[in-house]
Ligand binder design. Sequence first.
Ligand SMILES: C[S@@+](CC[C@H](N)C(=O)[O-])C[C@H]1O[C@@H](n2cnc3c(N)ncnc32)[C@H](O)[C@@H]1O
Length: 211
Amino acid sequence: MTMPQAHEDASTFWEGHYAKLTQPSGGRPSAILVRFAGGLVPGRALDLGCARGDDTIWLAKQGWVATGVDVAQSAIDAAQRVAENAGVAKLARFARHDLNVSIPDGAFDLVSAMFLHSPGKFDRAAALRRAASVVGPGGLLLIAAHGSRAPWSWADPDTVYPTADEELADLSLSPSGWHDVFVGPIERIATGPSRQTATVIDTVIALQRQT
Ligand SMILES: C[S@@+](CC[C@H](N)C(=O)[O-])C[C@H]1O[C@@H](n2cnc3c(N)ncnc32)[C@H](O)[C@@H]1O
């Protein structure tokens, strides 16, 4: 993944990224999503930064009416094709949104933002505040972020990763409106683009909106 130019917008960067991928997506859902959403009663889900749809399609296979959104049209076109081939196109839907600007309307039972990181112009805290605003009563807001740098990452080696508590503070959510399900680091073995592995830390925020 080439480092973006400072002026590059999210769409240009991510379309360029997906244009270079020659293999289909692996089809594996995020471990954090499976851990926190696997036991929930399916309802309406929103997957932010859905890429080529692995998480959205997994949710649809569990019975969720799942909407995946991404800034890269080519990624969501690929996701749509996979959903159709998997027979879940009625439950897995995709829409292009630049989360700097917009988010689908609604009151979702699950809003998931797995590694919604972007170089170039991206106000992550503002996008996540917008994500919180579309969680319905009793719904789960699930956010996973990189808490350490994988050896193959495009991130600057000097990157300082915020803790889950710091990231939660940035969201400025009303403490009385949310119940903490989990806020903290989770370690996992990650697999890189050449199938190499390394232990990484994910920073996870899982909050349930009060009814
Ligand atoms: C690091 S990838 C993570 C993909 C996936 N959620 C996962 O866990 O593997 C970030 C994704 O967010 C999308 N993205 C980046 N900036 C965005 C923006 N401003 N609006 C919507 N999607 C964005 C990218 O196109 C990319 O698919």
